[in-house]
Design a protein around this ligand. Sequence first.
Ligand code: NAD
Ligand code: UGA
Length: 465
Amino acid sequence: MKKIEKICCIGAGYVGGPTMAIIAEKCPNIKVTVVDLNENRINNWNDEDLSKIPIYEPGLGEVVGKARGKNLFFSTDVDTAIDEAEMIFISVNTPTKTYGLGKGMAADLKHIELCARQIARVAKSDKIVVEKSTLPVRTAEAIKSILENTGNGSNFQILSNPEFLAEGTAVADLLNPDRVLIGGDQTPEGLNAINSLVQIYANWVPIEKILTTNLWSSELSKLTANAFLAQRVSSINSISELCERTGADIQEVAKSIGTDSRIGSKFLKSSVGFGGSCFQKDILNLVYIARSYSLNEVADYWEQVIIMNDHQKSRFARNIIKTLYNTVSDKKIAFLGWAFKKDTNDSRESPAIYVADELINEGANIYVYDPKVSKNQMLSDLNYLETRTNKDNEKKLNSSSDVYEICNNAHSIAILTEWEEFIDLDWQKIYDNMLKPAFIFDGRNLLNRIKLEKIGFKFYSIGIS
Ligand code: NAD
Ligand code: UGA
């Protein structure tokens, strides 16, 4: 078995950065170099001021601070890092395709292919290549084919080592994972490569939590895990609408079913819908793969999870419009939160974007406060939908770092992210400065309804009539 002394990770994003920081901290004898084409991102990772690293995750700054410059490096010199490393993690983005065959469904693997070609071109010695990105089942076959047909005669072993961290809790998840999954070829060389990676994780993960499988099981398990998690959110959200019609309370229902140990209590929080860069992308990809094998019933089954999620976002927006006397034209609607969940600065696929889009279509003016997402990011999220021009979005979307200013003279407030700081705001002051009747639409079931109704707010929470 090869003892690994140098690791390279291609992609310094939400996965590459935190994962490699933890490996570096836990394996002081391994030199870890994280590389990216995005110079700005690398400069931010190297910023002396640890509050300026590009990804906000509780505890991440301290981990980076401990290892950076010792055995953890961030660089744009991809070739040198590939050349030096015995093990290369590919952790680049794999978004939904926006063009050509499979548009809107399949994963776009162009960055993966570019990495494989670059490794093949640069490598002068044998390498273990690890798929860290989430990939369609059988992608390792394509990577292997590129490496073997375009390389300089070096030997490559491909492993699949999908990442299960959730944003907002990345450091805790990496330090104490439910499991680490490693898939590889079931040949002597493949098993040796698997073992090299097992030894790295074994520095801090109990060996019984490190699962090894064949390549295809590992690749497919990642898509399946995300599909099951998202399915739970859509399932509880579907029941939330029924609760609103029948007088049942979704929080009581969730607690009642979650105490059944066969069901379990996690991922039963009803919300305005799930967001994030992965759930939707990975399910769409699963649906696409199933259809490509003509498994239409399988594809339809999983597609429903997305349909339900779109419905939940849209009905939240439509409920605001209906409650505000069927018109939001030129009304000020305050959004508390833009990130797709608390404790992250990531807003990819955040429900807030879709709710804002629907309300702006009806003429509303949206004023957003989020502790971690910048106005530029919010605008770029809206522009990405291509519903309107940047200029029009600029007129309709405002932001401020003063939450009270955001709420002044608003017709209503919508809670889009469950940032805990919202719980303890001076709600009396907010009420006094709003137009009456003052409405709150709590898309995260975060606030204390009884307390706020006592102040005078008209309150709507998901799944409670
Ligand atoms: P990201 O967009 O934050 O980071 C990807 C980085 O790769 C970018 O900085 C980009 O510039 C860089 N990159 C792309 N092509 C490159 C190339 N050829 N050479 C060098 N750098 C290149 O993405 P992410 O959120 O870190 O996700 C990465 C992968 O991990 C995806 O497949 C995703 O599905 C998966 N994943 C993400 C999470 C998550 O919480 N975000 C969790 C588990 C798995
Ligand atoms: C998710 C998975 O939890 C990770 O295991 C996986 O590695 C990751 O996707 C990935 O592949 O990218 P993440 O998207 O970061 O992690 O965050 P989650 O905590 O799963 O939340 C996703 C969305 O679902 C958020 O918008 C969240 O608010 C929503 N959600 C979650 C609910 O509405 N209700 C719940 O009960 C749980």
